[in-house]
Design a protein. Structure first.
Length: 303
């Protein structure tokens, strides 16, 4: 085997390149990989020399993959996933440690039904714990090291850092029947104060001077959805969550447009050494399955 081929398959170099390309920063990659910036830079330089191609463009605002780097990024995700899965299944030296993952309740069902079962099948020795809550509550738990990894909604950009996984599609949702939007004071069904969609709704209404009141408040997304279906209130939901008992409302209903929102991946500041490979493996799978597609398309949906 040639020297180039051997260097190209150095998994540690690929992991560092993947982190830098996805995070857009050598410093962020160094923090995630628990290495120095110079070590990350040297690893990427070695990979570029081995492949004979520039993989990252350096600039004042960080790094971006070149065309070749983007192609390598896509293939390296699959290679690392297959490698980690094979190691776990065939050698008995699979990943271990503990990962405590935080998810917004709005997307928990889809993630629990696709990404997480796949991760557990590949890494049965990892002790995985999943917590669902509002994004604000998840942020607090992450800051207090009660979570090692979290997917959180961010209305640009109230949360510092994080990697964008997908863009959400918040819409005004009303009952199929009834004209709640015509009322002088709009009745809303909302999450608690830590919910980004609540903030989006209130900011949009107050920008128009539109009066509103929270007729129904709950920590449960299913309860909020039921309040809309039963004709009690209007809410802001992801478009994919609209049911046959709801309809999307818009400017023709006197409601303002909503700003876009992002789902981002966040890491804890401190991660135990024994758990670090498992955390990175789960993060890689989340990126692969959810990047710019979202949990609704993580796996083929039945017809």
């Amino acid at each position: 085997m040639s020297e180039v081929s051997t260097a190209a398959l150095d998994l540690e170099l690929l992991r560092s390149f993947q982190a830098a390309a996805q995070l857009g920063s050598l410093a962020a990659a160094a923090q995630q990989r628990h290495r120095t910036v110079s070590a990350i830079s040297m690893q990427i330089k070695r990979l570029e020399e081995a492949l004979g191609s520039r993989l990252l463009e350096r600039g004042s605002r960080g790094v971006t993959p070149t065309a070749i780097g983007e192609a390598l990024l896509q293939e390296s995700r699959e290679l690392l996933r297959l490698h980690d899965g094979m190691l776990s299944r065939f050698t008995g030296r699979g990943l271990g440690g503990k990962v405590r993952l935080g998810l917004p309740e709005d997307y928990a069902r889809e993630l629990l039904g696709s990404v997480l079962p796949e991760f557990m099948a590949y890494h049965p020795d990892v002790l995985l714990e999943v917590v669902t809550a509002t994004s604000g509550e998840l942020a607090r738990q992450l800051n207090h090291s009660r979570l090692t990894l979290a997917v959180m909604l961010d209305r640009p950009h109230s949360l510092p850092g994080g990697e964008t996984l997908w863009h959400t599609t918040p819409v005004w949702a009303g009952p199929r029947r009834g004209e709640l939007s015509a009322r002088s004071r709009l009745p809303l069904a909302l999450h608690e104060v830590d919910c980004p969609y609540r903030a989006l709704a209130i900011e949009a209404l107050e920008s128009l001077g539109r009066h509103w009141h929270a007729v129904f408040t709950s920590t449960s997304i299913h309860a909020v959805e039921k309040a809309v279906e039963m004709g009690l209130a209007v809410s802001v939901l992801d478009r994919e969550r609209l049911t046959s008992a709801m309809r999307e409302l818009g400017s023709e209903d006197g409601l303002p447009p909503l700003k876009r929102c992002e789902a981002k991946l966040f890491f804890a500041r401190q991660i135990e050494v024994s758990s670090r490979p498992a955390v990175e493996a789960l993060a890689a799978l989340l990126r692969e399955r959810l990047h710019e597609r979202g949990p609704w398309h993580a796996v083929p949906r039945s017809t």
